[in-house]
Design a protein around this ligand. Structure first.
Ligand SMILES: Cc1ncc(COP(=O)(O)O)c(C=O)c1O
Length: 375
């Protein structure tokens, strides 16, 4: 049972998972509904959901929490962030259409988009979405979808969501925002005019590096949303109940985790910059879109930053607290050399180290970086 509570703040919605109390027992933790199928009554009517590929109470609960936090009427949970993203392009674009995607974005999505666009006859333009003139120049009569990621992984460039939404809408296109690294704690893209928000729930929403999940939230229950719902159902890219339970559990601590990681990331950015290290972090006044970030992001600038250093792999080898691993948004701090992972075609500079700040003590993280940077 979910008792609807109005006029409470997002932290309260998240902590109580929308005030979910189990109707049968009063349990304050929602049960995991593992059933894939649900019985009909004596009149052969469904009394609950029909089949889990369509609907299941546990992912459904996670969907309602994320929709509430993003301020949209509905959300759809997916088996991964990539499943949520690729379903968006495939549901909304047909051969002959054109999409605009960011030059800097999660690299696996950029690669997939180039391959899929070529195969399906969808023209894909990758542009610097921080440059509004470049976005305006890229728009065509056939543009159906504009995709932005902000802050963008791994350079943390910030795109003006409201301005790009205006450009997309003037062209008759939709705007989808990958808000994985901003999270609803820092940015609410729907309120700024976006039509869809996407999250790799794998990262901050779940927050413990133990579940793959994706989430889409819509601004409207319209035809586009119906096509997305249909494609997820048809293909079964839905989130499994166990994973949805872990996602729900993570969502309950989202605000404290993200605010803490963000505070520590900002402090580390300041302290590293003071050592003379080249730091990319939207909270630093030297960041090229700092003024925009200050306007568009609330409660801080996120838990992700990058540094540019000579001999980055040697720096990683000397780190003792930071864990060298891919991914981000978990409780443990991770460091990654994206150039190694992405390969020579990437726009990511070879000297860049991506830092995902977790919940460890700021001084331990800083001391470890300092000794690794100046052995
Ligand atoms: C910004 C961003 N979007 C999307 C994804 C894809 O998410 P997943 O790994 O859950 O498919 C990632 C994964 O790293 C990401 O960082």
């Amino acid at each position: 049972m979910i008792r609807h509570i109005d006029r409470v703040r997002p932290e309260t919605l998240a902590a109580q998972a929308l005030h979910a109390l189990d109707a049968a027992t009063g349990a304050v933790v929602p049960p995991i509904h593992l059933a894939t199928t649900y019985a009909r009554d004596a009149d052969y009517r469904l009394v609950g959901p029909g089949y889990t590929r369509d609907e299941n109470p546990t992912p459904g609960h996670a969907e309602r929490v994320v929709a509430a936090l993003e301020g949209g009427p509905e959300a759809l949970a997916f088996a991964s962030g990539m499943a949520a993203a690729t379903t968006t392009f495939r549901a909304l674009c047909k051969p002959g259409d054109h999409v605009i995607a960011p030059r800097v974005a999660y690299y696996a999505l950029r690669n997939w988009l180039a391959r899929w666009g070529a195969r399906w006859g969808v023209a894909v333009d990758t542009v610097d979405t921080t440059d509004l003139a470049a976005v305006r120049a890229a728009v065509r009569p056939t543009t159906r979808l504009v995709w932005v990621e902000t802050p963008a992984n791994p350079t943390w460039d910030v795109t003006d969501i409201a301005a790009v939404a205006d450009l997309a809408h003037a062209a008759g296109a939709l705007l989808a925002v990958d808000s994985t690294c901003a999270t609803p704690v820092h940015t609410r893209p729907l309120a700024l005019g976006a039509d869809l928000v996407m999250h790799a729930g794998t990262k901050y929403l779940a927050g413990h590096s133990d579940v793959l999940a994706g989430m889409l939230v819509t601004a409207r229950d319209d035809d586009a949303w119906a096509r997305l719902r249909e494609l997820r159902h048809d293909e079964g890219a839905c989130l499994a109940p166990f994973d949805a339970y872990l996602l729900l559990r993570g969502l309950r601590t989202l605000y404290v985790r993200v605010e803490r990681a963000s505070r520590t990331a900002h402090a580390l950015a300041d302290r590293l910059a003071a050592l003379g290290v080249t730091v990319r972090y939207p909270g630093l006044p030297a960041h090229p879109q700092h003024a925009l970030a200050a306007r568009q992001m609330q409660r801080g600038f996120g838990g992700m930053l990058s540094i540019q250093v000579p001999d980055p792999l040697a720096v990683i080898a000397r780190l003792r607290v930071w864990v060298p691993a891919t991914s981000l948004g978990g409780v443990e701090s991770l460091v990654e050399h994206r150039y190694t992972v992405e390969g020579p075609d990437t726009p990511t500079p070879p000297d860049l180290l991506r830092l995902s700040v977790g919940l460890e003590h700021e001084d331990d993280l800083f001391d470890d970086l300092r000794q690794a940077l100046a052995p």
